[in-house]
Ligand binder design. Structure first.
Ligand SMILES: Cc1cc2nc3c(=O)[nH]c(=O)nc-3n(C[C@H](O)[C@H](O)[C@H](O)COP(=O)(O)O)c2cc1C
Length: 170
């Protein structure tokens, strides 16, 4: 079995998960999306994104839009709680980029975890849209928790999830 991990990462969170995923995939090639090979010829293609305004980021999206006839599994990082409706919507959005029947892909699933939000971006959002993103106690707690991720437990869960995906392929 030949496998490929492609990730898009601005500040390193998604790269950390990509490295954990690559540890458990057989005969694995690991590439940032900027220099990733085309997905043809791999038995499993794992693509990682960071969430940008409720969706997989633009670079990961462009890569996913070109995947055809492949077995695909996704992973990603985001500032929100991984069990929130927001995270579920991001996950569904990512899978919808590869799951249209005419594309001929098999989608195994998505692993999402929190990732620290660039403090410069938090500060900028506060300045530009404090009415849209007011710093409520809930939001402060969420950002403080996100700042600790991805951690060793997130990497362990990523390895476990992708080990199970490989077992499903037999
Ligand atoms: C411009 C921008 C937009 C973001 N939008 C969201 C969002 O809509 N929802 C969310 O949960 N996190 C959002 N985040 C947080 C990132 O998804 C999170 O910090 C992620 O772990 C960054 O991954 P990276 O280190 O691989 O770049 C945003 C971050 C940035 C910089």
């Amino acid at each position: 079995m030949k496998t490929l991990v492609v990730y898009s990462s601005r500040t390193g969170n998604t790269r950390a998960i990509a490295e954990a995923v690559a540890e458990v995939l057989p005969d694995c090639a690991l590439h940032p999306v900027e220099s990733a090979p085309s997905p043809e010829g791999y038995d499993l293609v794992a693509v990682g994104y960071w969430v940008d305004k409720g969706k997989p980021d633009a670079r990961a999206t462009a890569y996913l839009e070109g995947v055809r006839g492949a077995t695909v599994a996704l992973f990603g990082t985001l500032g929100a709680w991984p069990d929130s409706d927001h995270a579920k919507e991001c996950m569904a959005c990512g899978e919808s980029l590869v799951s249209a029947p005419e594309r001929g892909n098999t989608v195994l699933g998505t692993y999402l975890c929190q990732g620290k939000v660039d403090p410069k971006v938090v500060a900028m959002m506060q300045r530009m849209a404090s009415d849209v993103h007011p710093m409520t106690p809930e939001r402060k707690a969420r950002l403080e928790e996100a700042a600790k991720h991805p951690d060793e437990e997130d990497r362990r869960k990523a390895r476990e999830t992708f080990r199970a995906f490989v077992e499903r392929l037999g």
